[in-house]
Design a protein around this ligand. Structure first.
Ligand SMILES: NC(=O)c1ccc[n+]([C@@H]2O[C@H](COP(=O)([O-])OP(=O)(O)OC[C@H]3O[C@@H](n4cnc5c(N)ncnc54)[C@H](O)[C@@H]3O)[C@@H](O)[C@H]2O)c1
Length: 309
């Protein structure tokens, strides 16, 4: 089949691209390289089409999407901290850009599986978080993702097949700074024998989900007979940021003590996904645990470079 991946040169999009190519699909990537890198695609670059474009450019997007069977829409500006100083740009790319994809879904009839975010829940009222729980975004980035969901609902009512996957904290090879950047920062410090720096007391909990599992969720959602809906994509297990720091220190066989800095504004305190809806309707289940992945990755130099680059 023919698929387009917006944001396909980024962390998650490039993993989706590699999987689709390896399973015999034709892939076109639409990315403006504002944060993604062609290097992320080096092993498949000769097997895919690459369009260097901005999702706000409606005509170019239309030309790229007109004959596709399905769109994995990953393109977005994704830094919580940056979204405070660039609110208008974040809205423009994340909301208006997403509406362009939805408009074209309406015109051409392809199915859309897109990246929503656990950040729409804000600080949750209860744990684990279920999909219908209240949405209280606490930063401009999260607000753009909630606006996208409202657009998805509106376009679904017009017949567009659109599924939003609410990723929790995605980790893995070539991970981006957003979300799982904490792993990258800690590993960089600890591999140099320096203590990791934690923002706040380190008691923030995170639900880290492996990128390979996120790829599976995308593929299952695209192939499912579900036309519209939102799904938590996490693991239903958590680790505190302090535990994560200590796990990385242990994995290097060192005995360092983390340093604590000030808390970050807009930083959510607790996340933990209830994933029963994705299990039931998409037949999806995460397979890789962060503890095991970190231990095995840290012992291999080449893999380690893929975390810290
Ligand atoms: N990484 C996570 O843990 C996580 C969690 C929740 C949601 N998400 C969402 O998942 C998606 C992918 O995230 P990621 O971690 O791979 O980030 P990423 O920054 O690595 O990938 C995003 C890609 O979008 C591209 N892009 C940005 N603006 C664009 C534009 N105007 N036009 C075309 N391309 C553009 C970037 O160049 C980049 O390649 C994003 O929508 C993000 O908000 C990620």
């Amino acid at each position: 089949m023919d698929f387009v991946i917006t944001g396909g040169a980024g962390f998650i999009g490039s993993h989706i691209a590699k999987h689709l190519v390896s399973t015999g699909h034709h892939v076109t990537i639409f990315d403006d390289l504002s944060n993604g890198k062609k290097d992320n695609l080096d092993s498949i670059i000769n097997k895919i089409e690459f369009v260097n474009g901005d999702i706000r450019n409606f005509d170019l997007l239309k030309n790229t999407l007109k004959d596709t069977d399905g769109v994995f829409h990953e393109a977005a500006l994704a830094s919580v901290q940056e979204s405070f100083s660039k609110q208008q740009e974040y809205h423009d790319v994340n909301v208006n850009g997403t509406e362009n994809v939805l408009k074209l879904g309406k015109e051409f009839g392809f199915k859309i599986v897109y990246a929503s975010s656990s950040s729409i829940y804000g600080n949750p009222a209860k744990i684990p978080i279920e999909e219908d729980d209240p949405k209280n975004p606490i930063n401009p980035y999260a607000q753009t993702k909630l606006d996208d969901e409202n657009l998805a609902i509106k376009y679904a009512q017009m017949g567009v097949r659109v599924i939003g996957l609410r990723y929790f904290n995605v980790f893995g090879e070539r991970q981006s700074r957003a979300y799982a950047g904490v792993i990258k920062k800690f590993v960089k410090k600890v591999r140099n024998g320096e203590p990791p720096i934690i923002n706040g007391d380190g008691q923030q909990t995170r639900d880290f989900v492996y990128v390979g599992d996120v790829v599976q969720a995308n593929v299952l959602a695209m192939n499912s007979n579900v036309d519209h809906g939102f799904f938590n994509i996490g693991t239903n297990s958590t680790i505190t940021v302090l535990e994560l720091a200590n796990l990385i220190i242990d994995s290097f066989g060192l005995s360092l003590k983390p340093i604590h800095g000030p808390e970050l504004p807009g930083d959510v305190k607790i996340t933990k996904a209830d994933i029963s809806r994705a299990k039931k309707l998409l037949n999806w289940e995460p397979k890789t645990r962060i503890e095991e992945w970190l231990k095995s990755t840290i012992t291999t130099r080449t893999n380690l470079d893929l975390i810290t680059d």
